[in-house]
Design a protein around this ligand. Structure first.
Ligand SMILES: C[S@@+](CC[C@H](N)C(=O)[O-])C[C@H]1O[C@@H](n2cnc3c(N)ncnc32)[C@H](O)[C@@H]1O
Length: 488
């Protein structure tokens, strides 16, 4: 049995699971650890059980007595030291990398990553080849990922391999790439520890998969937009200026998708003065052969952005902090960058034979809360777009619309008034979209139960409420279908 397989047994025996650790720490110490504070956790783990030893060693990053380490990891301490996972002195053992339980997709994983910097207010600088463990960005992308069964997937810039662990649950063949050999080492460890097969390859961007196509590509690339004058931290800095890394991925990825394949990218983009962000990003997509859906979730002004990433690099309070801050802002000015957008870029290649068909690109700002995980809704969005493309107006009128199950109607108006002044249809799942509609559309929504055709419904409503101009209604019906209010 390999060292890692025996490590898996030891972790299982100690119940080093998400539920086991949460129960041991309790909500207060767990929440404190989420704020990078270990003292409540240390107070909750003084008993010396194997689970307490493992939590101290890895989650609280505290050296443990050698005999306790041997008890929790029988016969493994020296081997894990040789692998570079632990280090020991005469009497104590410490962690060289982080290893934590991660509960996701109704199962428990364990994930190796680099040690968390800045615990208890300690130094938060990291080395240039630092490998992120489970980060908020990683879990966001995992929640956005379309989880349909698929034959092949590419996890570009895999880091510790977190996206690949998820992908292995629904994809036959998963390729994980990175330029950072330390990241690839951790990805291989994570695959073995979790009993999963991954095809791990070293190389930059699409170089390791030249000529290959996938059903799904996911990436949370190194997207920080900076002047690239400081030390490059490979987990966040691509080495390319501005947001070129994102543009490069968007422009290249269609050639790596099978027909019907999906690419999902989490990213930052520059918002230039005098140029709507939508116009700039729309140019990155090909004129034909794909559907794209870009959602801008957040916008930071340049100062807030610089502060965020200088703090992330542990440079807040450093001697040259002001100089770095100033240089970054000057570079933003030179580039005419007035703010930075954050969001998701989703792209689906048209199905077989659709490469000559015009691309459909939707770019929108959506800052409201959405239902997570959103992956299912993103898949459904592309299905609806493809369906609508196949339906000309005649076919749309002959379809039998059905109101989506999650739609409710809200009405607003003066108290006691007979008719509302506003009618809103609201979806309660997915993006939780709302649309203000008139009485005709409200009646259509109320009557759309899959029984009558759209044409029949519109003429019946016309008889009831006065004439309905059918052609002018079709655009709105398409929008209602596109946004998932109506199924056709
Ligand atoms: C933000 S991390 C994402 C890690 C992980 N996929 C996740 O979701 O948390 C970006 C990753 O891209 C890798 N990377 C940086 N430059 C790259 C390049 N030119 N080609 C491929 N990967 C690269 C980094 O080493 C890092 O692992």
């Amino acid at each position: 049995m390999t060292t890692i397989a025996r490590l898996r047994d030891a972790l299982t025996a100690a119940d080093y699971s998400y539920a086991g650790v949460s129960a041991l720490l309790g909500p207060t110490a767990h929440a404190a650890l989420g704020r990078n504070e270990t003292t409540p956790g240390l107070r909750a783990t003084r008993g010396g059980t194997p689970l307490e030893t493992l939590v101290r060693l890895w989650l609280l990053q505290t050296p443990v007595p050698l005999d306790k380490a041997e008890q929790a990891l029988p016969g493994l301490v020296d081997e894990l030291c040789a692998e570079g996972i632990l280090e020991r002195s005469v009497a104590e053992v410490a962690a060289r990398v982080d290893l934590r339980p991660y509960g996701a997709d109704d199962r428990d994983f364990w994930v190796f990553g680099d040690l968390t910097p800045g615990l208890d207010g300690g130094p938060s600088t990291v080395g240039p080849d630092h490998v992120l463990g489970i980060s908020p960005a990683a879990t966001s992308l995992a929640e956005l990922t379309v989880r349909d069964r698929a034959g092949s997937a590419l996890d570009l810039g895999t880091g510790c391999g977190v996206q690949s662990l998820h992908l292995a649950g629904h994809v036959g063949h998963v390729v994980a790439t990175d330029v950072n050999t330390r990241a690839l080492w951790m990805t291989r460890l994570n695959a073995e520890l979790n009993g999963l097969e991954l095809d791990v390859r070293e190389g930059s961007f699409f170089e390791p998969v030249r000529g290959e196509r996938f059903d799904l590509v996911v990436t949370n690339p190194p997207f920080v937009i900076s002047p690239a004058t400081g030390q490059r931290l490979v987990y966040r800095d691509s080495g390319l200026p501005g947001d070129e890394v994102v543009e490069h991925i968007v422009r290249t990825v269609p050639a790596h998708l099978n027909p019907g394949g999906t690419a999902q990218i989490l990213a930052n983009w520059a918002i230039r003065s005098g140029e709507p962000w939508q116009e700039r990003l729309a140019r990155w997509f090909p004129a034909s052969g794909v559907d794209a859906w870009v959602v801008q979730r957040e916008v930071l002004d340049t100062a807030a952005y610089v502060e965020l990433w200088l703090k992330d690099a542990g440079l807040h309070g450093a001697g040259d902090y002001r100089e770095r801050y100033d240089t970054w802002l000057s570079w933003f000015d030179e580039q005419r960058i007035e703010a930075v957008g954050f969001g998701w870029l989703n792209l689906r290649r048209h199905h077989q034979g659709g490469d000559a068909t015009s691309s459909g690109v939707r770019l929108e700002e959506w800052r409201w809360e959405v239902e997570q995980p959103l992956g299912r809704e993103i898949g459904a969005h592309f299905d609806r777009v493809a369906r609508l493309r196949d339906l000309d107006d005649q076919a749309l009128l002959a379809s039998r619309p059905r109101l989506a199950l999650d739609v409710v109607q809200e009405t607003l108006g003066p108290a006691g008034a007979e008719d509302p002044s506003q009618i809103v249809l609201r979806r309660q799942t997915g993006m939780r979209r709302a649309r203000q509609v008139d009485t005709v559309t409200s009646a259509l929504a109320g009557a759309a139960d899959g029984d009558l055709t759209l044409g029949q419904l519109l003429s019946a409503i016309g008889e009831l409420l006065g004439e309905v101009d059918v052609p002018s209604r079709l655009g709105e019906v398409r929008e209602l279908v596109g946004e998932g209010f109506l199924d056709v």
